[in-house]
Ligand binder design. Structure first.
Ligand code: KIV
Ligand code: ZN
Length: 386
């Protein structure tokens, strides 16, 4: 069986940039877009051109500079939005317009004060209009996670007939469980007669911490595009994290899926986004957090020092990180202490390590982490005594 490609649609510069305090200027956006292209993303969602003159300019500049990846601009299902996006995308080698409208009864009633039939008509009109400007049109069925399945299937069929090349099934509110999101994708794969003419896309938010799990479940069920952001940033609790998706797919070859992302660039990309947006990455963040390759408890350290794979399923160099870290705390064991002394150039025997360990625990109980400077003082105490 040949592996199936999952297209990586990066929306760091659009959904990610919607995070309060993370706004970027055009220069910063262009720099990040060039690095995203280097990383290997297939589609860069560069912004929402009608939202401001600055965002129009950013999309225009990115469209002028990116040569390999598809450059995408977001719109509502509104004529002016689509015309403006088409203008912003004019210089792009591979332009895509991403248009859409709410699909759940909740959105149809409260956001649009409309009906399913009217929404269907607006969706079709938006896709047809966008197709007048570009060959690649993605339709998003906003709040699809809570939408009626039969209506979602009708909407999907209609927008594909109108010319959509990709249909995005967003779990906008991060509501779905992985099996529910997968069932939605499977239903569409099996009940939309023209589904072979488009690809389905996962766009999951992280309100319940399930965004990555839902996206992977969607891909297993047949979606061939995942929308994600670096470090999982995005509205509210964020979007699916690109690095988590990529490494999950890599670590599970039995899924028979692959992406074109260069994993060695994941950590540098994460740091670049964090620095540029001035948004810290939580230390325990999967794949790119500061603690992702740190071992601090004695049981783990002992196993890790015997054989790294006992406690690491990802080697740090695989994602462009330095080496794994052995952190010394009051929960650390003798083997970790001996290892850290060895790295500092001390070769203590077993009895000496035992003696040092007792002293070490006293220091460790009084502070969060024992540093090299503390170890040097400890080492001196024993060398002086000898
Ligand atoms: O979460 C969402 O539904 C979106 C759409 C605009 C694609 O971001
Ligand atoms: Zn979103």
């Amino acid at each position: 069986m040949s592996s199936k490609k999952v297209h990586i649609f990066d929306t760091t510069l659009r959904d990610g940039e919607q995070v309060p305090g993370c706004k970027l200027n055009t220069k910063e956006k262009v720099e990040l877009a060039l690095q995203l292209e280097e990383l290997g993303v297939d589609i860069i969602e560069a912004g929402f051109p009608i939202s401001s003159p600055g965002d129009f300019e950013s999309v225009f500049q990115i469209a002028s500079k990116i040569k390999d990846a598809t450059v995408c601009g977001l719109t509502r299902a509104v004529q002016k939005d689509i015309e403006v996006a088409a203008n912003a995308l004019k210089p792009a080698v591979r332009p895509r317009i991403h248009t859409g409208i709410g699909s759940s009864d909740n959105h149809i009633k409260y956001k649009f004060n409309s009906t399913r039939e009217e929404i269907l008509e607006r969706a079709i009109a938006a896709v047809k209009l966008a197709r007048n400007y570009v060959d690649d049109v993605e339709f998003y069925a906003e709040d699809a996670g809570r939408a009626d399945l039969e209506f979602l299937a009708r909407l999907t069929e209609a927008v594909i007939k109108a010319g959509a090349t990709v249909v995005n099934i967003p779990d906008t509110t991060g509501f779905c469980l992985p099996h529910q999101y997968a069932e939605k994708m499977s239903y569409l794969m099996n009940h939309v007669p023209n589904i072979d003419k488009a690809i389905l896309s996962c766009h999951c938010h992280n309100d319940l911490g399930l965004a990555t799990a839902n996206s992977i479940a969607g891909a297993i069920a047949g979606a061939r595009q995942i929308e994600c952001t670096i470090n999982g940033i995005g509205e509210r609790a964020g979007n699916t994290s690109l690095e988590e998706v990529v490494m999950t797919i890599r670590k599970h070859p039995e899924l028979d899926l692959y992406t074109d992302i260069n994993p060695k660039l994941l950590l540098p990309m994460s740091r670049l986004v964090s620095d540029t947006m001035r948004m810290v990455v939580q230390p325990n963040k999967a794949v790119v957090g500061d603690n992702a390759f740190s071992h601090s408890s004695g049981i783990h350290q002992d196993g890790f020092l015997k054989e790294a794979t006992t406690y690491e399923i990802i080697a740090p160099e695989e994602v462009g990180a330095d080496t794994s870290k052995i952190v010394l705390t009051a929960r650390s064991g003798r083997s970790a202490l001996a290892y850290r002394f060895k790295n500092l150039g001390y070769g203590f025997d077993r009895n000496q390590v035992d003696e040092l360990y007792e002293k070490f625990l006293k220091i460790a109980d009084s502070k969060k982490e024992v540093e090299d400077a503390d170890l040097k003082v400890l080492a001196d105490s024993i060398t002086v005594a000898v």
